[in-house]
Ligand binder design. Structure first.
Ligand SMILES: [Fe+2]
Length: 367
């Protein structure tokens, strides 16, 4: 028997397997072409405040999603990290990537049509899995604020980190958007490590104590509720995760929703044991230009991603998020959606607050 020939069989099989993986990965990364009119099939009605949000955008890839987002006519766009792909310490390179993104015609249209706010993740911060040890963080902060159009006199240009808040609407019907900075003051991850820094914790405490009658949307570039997966999340800092959940339970805003990104997939999570007097939701939207690849699916085939809080199924295509807040009736109704680049709603939960203390929140996952 010719053993040399027999040995070639497994080698060829392995090479064929690798080639198949590479081909499948190539096709899984290809942006899906846009078709259809992308018109908003459920436009926001008068009296509804519409927020669109998203994360994980490659300026080097076709930016198909903006057309769908524009057609939603949002009142506000929130970046939740990875607005450009530039994990580099070279600040002039980072600036050139922001410029590249800003020059895209569809993004220019968005700039003209609604207010744009945001925070970052490690991609534009400049340090992979970034933390407060990054030497160029102050410089990087100014470049992000330039990109987002922050006024020169803004307090955000003087403080340590990007955290900020915005209020919309009249007292009693206020919507407060709180954006956190999870990098500038972060320790190296660990069981006792801190994610926000005391200055930001004090600020967040004041923001939430001032928000008892508000609907609070807490923007966090990393996932807060899901903790069972091995990717970056708040639970890399378990003490800080516990602390922020405790703070929400103590301060009890009228309604709280977490907006998160980072994961290159979409997901809605719901906690009934957060200490809040109502189910507590987190909507994760990521990414705008790319999504989990073949290797993620290969891993998930053998070990599916667990999340005890998940509502419905994970969504693996490119996506953006929509939050519609309808306060035209006696009680607020909040609709959370994950939409694809055809502007189709692919995941949805609607929450109706019949009373601030109510256990009557109604959640109806669609699709
Ligand atoms: Fe990302």
């Amino acid at each position: 028997m010719n053993w040399k020939r027999i040995l070639w069989i497994p080698i060829c099989l392995i090479m064929l397997g690798i080639a198949t993986i590479l081909v499948l990965q190539f096709y899984s990364r290809r942006p899906t072409p846009v078709s259809g009119d992308q018109l908003d099939r459920a436009p926001a009605k008068p009296g509804v405040f519409r927020i669109a949000f998203g994360s994980c955008n490659k300026q080097s890839m076709p930016n198909h999603m903006w057309r769908a987002i524009l057609n939603c006519k949002p009142d506000l766009w929130i970046w939740l990290g990875h607005s450009v792909d530039a994990k580099a310490e070279d600040m002039s390179f980072l600036k050139s990537q922001y410029d590249n993104q800003k020059q895209k015609p569809e993004y220019q249209d968005l700039l003209r049509s609604c207010r744009i706010v945001g925070t970052w993740d490690d991609n534009e911060y400049g340090m992979k899995n970034g933390n407060g040890l990054f030497k160029k963080k102050a410089e990087s902060q100014q470049l992000f604020l330039d990109f987002i159009g922050e006024p020169e006199e803004s307090i955000r240009r003087q403080q340590n980190g990007l955290y900020t808040s915005y209020v919309y609407g009249e007292p009693g019907r206020r919507i407060k958007v709180i954006l956190l900075d999870l990098y500038y003051n972060a320790d190296i991850p660990g069981p006792e490590s801190d994610l926000l820094g005391e200055e930001q914790w004090r600020w967040l405490n004041n923001q939430l104590r001032d928000s008892k009658d508000d609907i609070v949307l807490l923007g966090s570039s990393l996932q807060l509720l899901p903790f069972e997966h091995p990717y970056n999340r708040w639970d890399d800092y378990p003490k800080s995760r516990k602390r922020v959940l405790q703070l929400l339970a103590e301060t009890k805003p009228k309604l709280t929703v977490i907006l998160s990104g980072d994961r290159h997939l979409g997901e809605i999570s719901k906690s009934n044991d957060s200490g809040l007097p109502y189910p507590f939701y987190e909507i994760t939207s990521s990414g705008l230009t790319h999504h989990v690849d073949f290797f993620y699916h290969l891993r998930a085939f053998f070990s599916p991603e667990r999340n005890r809080y998940r509502v419905g199924e994970l969504f693996f295509e490119s996506n953006f998020g929509i939050i519609d807040i309808d306060q035209s009736g006696k009680f607020p109704v909040v609709s959370m959606q994950i939409r694809d680049q055809e502007n189709q709603v692919r995941r949805q939960v609607r929450v109706s607050g019949e009373s601030p203390e109510s256990a009557l929140m109604i959640a109806s996952p669609a699709n």
